[in-house]
Design a protein around this ligand. Structure first.
Ligand code: MN
Length: 247
């Protein structure tokens, strides 16, 4: 039985090749999985579950068709799509996960996360995250009419200052002390996350025992999928039909 992990697809109508690769994945190889985990930043941005943008509708419909056949599809929000709400999750048929959380794959327990919580060197971003992810802030945001939310997201994405903050947050690597603290807290020796766009497997020592941190890649040039089964782990890259340009 195979479990697969993906993150940082950053799906956007402006990058149709990534979206088409994801839909082909759902219609083909993903159907063979025991479980599929989507660890955040599935979308480049999220105004609200009521967004009539046909691109989001197309992805939601593809996920719905997939989860009708394979309901063990788990989803964690990222720093780009954290405004995703219950209506989208229901329509897509996704099972929401907290960030971070512990799961078991092939008898091994591991901690999974989007990954931005470990980027503690970016103090400004962590402050921004605390405010924007606060339940009260999210409640107030969701109470706004769609047009107002659309303006806010457009402003955040368009403003060079905030955009720079976004981009910096995206290229910032994790802080090793924050990683160690979280792994210790959850008593885990394996951490799997995305967000940093630096796919790798890091081996290190944690309190005298071997530990590892597995990092998923982004879907900017192709679609990396991490498969995990009894024989171990391997990454397969889904080819894009055309070039999307630099995401
Ligand atoms: Mn991210």
């Amino acid at each position: 039985m195979t479990v697969a992990f993906i993150s940082d697809l950053h799906l956007d109508a402006a990058r149709p090749a990534a979206t088409q690769a994801f839909i082909r994945f759902l219609q083909g190889p993903a159907l063979e999985l025991e479980r599929l985990y989507i660890l955040g930043d599935l979308f480049e941005y999220w105004i609200g579950d009521d967004d009539p943008n046909p691109h989001f509708r197309e992805v939601t419909a593809a996920l719905n068709a997939y989860t009708q056949q394979q309901p063990r599809c788990y989803f964690m929000v990222g720093n780009r799509d954290f405004a995703i709400g219950p209506a989208f999750l229901r329509a897509a048929g996704l099972q929401p996960l907290d960030d971070p959380c512990v799961i078991e794959v092939c008898g091994e327990r591991l901690l999974i996360s989007h990954g931005d919580i470990f980027c503690t060197d970016d103090v400004q971003y962590q402050r921004y995250r605390r405010i924007t992810h606060h339940p009260v802030a999210l409640m107030l945001y969701h109470a706004l009419p769609f047009a107002a939310r659309s303006r806010i997201v457009g402003k955040i994405r368009g403003e060079s200052h905030t955009q720079k903050q976004y981009k910096t947050a995206d290229i910032m690597d994790v802080n090793q002390a924050a990683v160690a603290q979280s792994m210790r807290e959850h008593q885990m020796r394996t951490l799997l996350h995305g967000h940093t766009h630096r796919p790798a497997e890091h081996q290190f020592e944690l309190d005298g025992t071997a530990a590892q941190r597995i990092v998923l890649g982004d879907w900017y040039n192709d679609g990396p999928v991490l498969y995990w089964d009894e024989n171990g782990r391997r990454t397969e890259r889904l080819a894009f039909a055309q070039h999307d340009g630099d995401g």
